[in-house]
Design a protein around this ligand. Structure first.
Ligand code: GLV
Ligand code: GLV
Length: 335
């Protein structure tokens, strides 16, 4: 269906910092006059400042810096910011709220995909899957060996979950199938019935660090969680333990992690997020065998990315019409 020229003139103007999965593009083209940044890399900040000028809506990614200066550059027309991600630490929410601009995000639809990837990393690290694959490709597989590529058991081990929101809880549900003991730490303790149905136990951070065989991070990045894992925390962890991070890179101090892996304070790590992103190819972490690093692919399934794109389009559509966003980060704007 083509919109007529006269209709088109009245359509709101939006800028997209990347091409979304088809379903999202289709939805947005039906409701707005679209300008999209077509490159693989995100638009440089200076370009973004230019592009938002006079727009009614902005669709952005976690790779875009959305701050007070950008809102000034946009001028008075901007009605909505719709981010295709659940996390929004790249956006200065206070600055948006001050201007009365609602910010949309995509919670819920990526919970299972991210929990799945967390388990993929946990299992790969426990059983050294990435190293093992490399050994085969290098021609090092000469025979079955009694002590070749030994890892650690997952079944029966203790799992520590840091941050037990939607994703942390989805990770906990999967742990039941492995007969694990599951501890969690969260800002707020969960209701007792939920703890019981998930079969998880609240612990102080220190106790969780000392007792867990696997520790997995599912908090958002805030001033409180920045470098939550630093020298002191690694010193408390078991030398046999494995750290998994699919949340945000800056929750872990990379230099402290490097030392912990080299000095044997922990046995291994698996990261889907780093600081900075991308991790520089000369990062000392990439020289270590006991770490697995994937390029921030927690939500990267066909189904999930399509759902995220649809939710991004729905938030945008509501914002352009002046309606309440279905998934709003700063509902204070409606107060
Ligand atoms: C990805 O990290 C997201 O926040 O959606
Ligand atoms: C993110 O969606 C979380 O609440 O864990």
């Amino acid at each position: 269906m083509h919109t007529s020229v006269s209709n088109k003139i009245s359509l709101p103007k939006v800028f997209l910092t990347r091409i979304l999965p088809d379903i999202g593009m289709k939805m947005i083209h039906e409701i707005a006059e679209v300008e999209v940044w077509p490159e693989r890399l995100p638009p440089p900040y200076e370009v973004l400042l230019e592009k938002v000028k006079g727009k009614d809506g902005l669709v952005c990614m976690l790779t875009d810096q959305i701050d007070a200066q950008l809102i000034e550059a946009a001028g008075g027309s901007l009605k909505v910011i719709s981010q295709m991600a659940v996390g929004y630490d790249n956006i200065n929410i206070a600055a948006m709220t001050a201007k009365g601009i609602p910010v949309g995000h995509t919670p819920g639809v990526l919970t299972d995909a991210t929990a799945d990837l967390t388990w993929a990393l946990l299992m790969a690290a426990a059983r050294r899957v990435v190293e093992a694959d490399k050994e085969v490709r290098l021609g090092h597989w000469q025979t079955w060996e009694p002590t070749m590529l030994l890892g650690v058991n997952i079944s029966g081990a203790t799992l520590g979950i840091i941050g037990c929101g939607r994703i942390g809880q989805a990770v906990a549900r999967r742990a039941r199938g492995f007969n694990m003991r599951v501890l969690y730490h969260n800002r707020l303790r969960l209701p007792l019935e939920l703890e019981q149905s998930l079969d998880i136990k609240y612990q102080d951070l220190d106790v969780l660090l000392k007792e867990s065989d696997f520790i997995t991070i599912h908090t958002s990045l805030t001033n409180d969680t920045y470098h939550l894992f630093s020298d002191v925390q690694f010193q408390m962890m078991k030398p046999t333990s494995i750290l998994i991070n699919t949340a945000r890179g800056a929750i872990v101090d990379p230099e402290a992690l490097r030392k912990a892996l080299i000095n044997g304070q922990i046995a291994g790590a698996a990261l889907d997020v780093t600081t900075p992103e991308p991790i520089p190819t000369d990062s000392p972490l990439l020289g270590l065998d006991n770490i697995i690093i994937t390029p921030h692919i927690g939500s990267a399934s066909y189904q999930t990315r399509a759902q995220m794109a649809m939710m991004t389009a729905s938030n945008l559509a509501a914002g352009l019409k002046g309606e309440r966003l279905p998934h709003c980060v700063n509902p204070e704007v409606y107060a």
